[in-house]
Design a protein. Sequence first.
Length: 307
Amino acid sequence: MKTQLAWTMLTELMVTASGIFILKLAASILGPTGFGEYALSRRAVGLLYLPLVMGLGIAAPRYIAIARAGAMSGFSESSFATATLTAGLLPPLLIVALLNLAPSWGATLIFGTGELAHLVPAATVALAGIALHAMVYAVYRGRSEMNYANTLQLLNLGFMPLIAFAIGERTAATVLMAMGTGWLVISGIGLLHVLWRERAEWRGLASMREHLMVLLRFGLPRVPGEFALVGLFAIPSLIAVRAHGVVEAGQFSAALSVLTMASGVFAPVSLVILPRASAQAAMGDFHGLRRLVLKILAAGILLATAG
């Protein structure tokens, strides 16, 4: 586990460094208006997908790990994985279709103004891409295959934005389109990898329905919290774009993004520990779980104090 945690922390640090560099790159390449459009779009996409995946990003690693440990009779990790990939992608794809049917309305909803309707196609491709990434990433985490998960994270969130700026034209829309397309391609390869390995253990639609109900009972109660998170980090940007325009709103969104990146230093702990803690709880190892939590608490306090 220590090796997994070390590599995951290194991956997240590289993603954070890439994110800061990308903001500087966007500011220098796209100009004030283009940077505002880019920062607003990334902020909206990054937050909008959270409630749409119905808490499966947390539920899937938990229950895949429990089933993998043999603590759920009649349930399999492969069926949990299939249910996650199926159900987690339907709401985002539905929203993508609706937003593109009425771009002006969609721009008003996610950007606060219909004048940014030209960003909707690119932003929705990015939304589909990040949702697919989140579901495949969750499956890998549940199986404790952090080598695959970290590779996916680094390629999509670390390298793909840089590639998008290298190959795209100097507008926010083209960069977002290239980025979203890259996320879909890379995550799609990861999805095919998962499905190919699970092909012999497919247990049918009825079994998937049972597995999905278990996932949703755990995931759906977290959706209101995800909407609250969207409100906390998105609504101020929408107010800013209405009150001061896209340039100032983009700067405000970029500041919020930097804040999120800074808090991301704690992400590796939850990414690695959640599957293990879930399995320990399911098997009744509460003494080991308590010891693990106390270690995390002590290390987290020290890290936050240093930060």
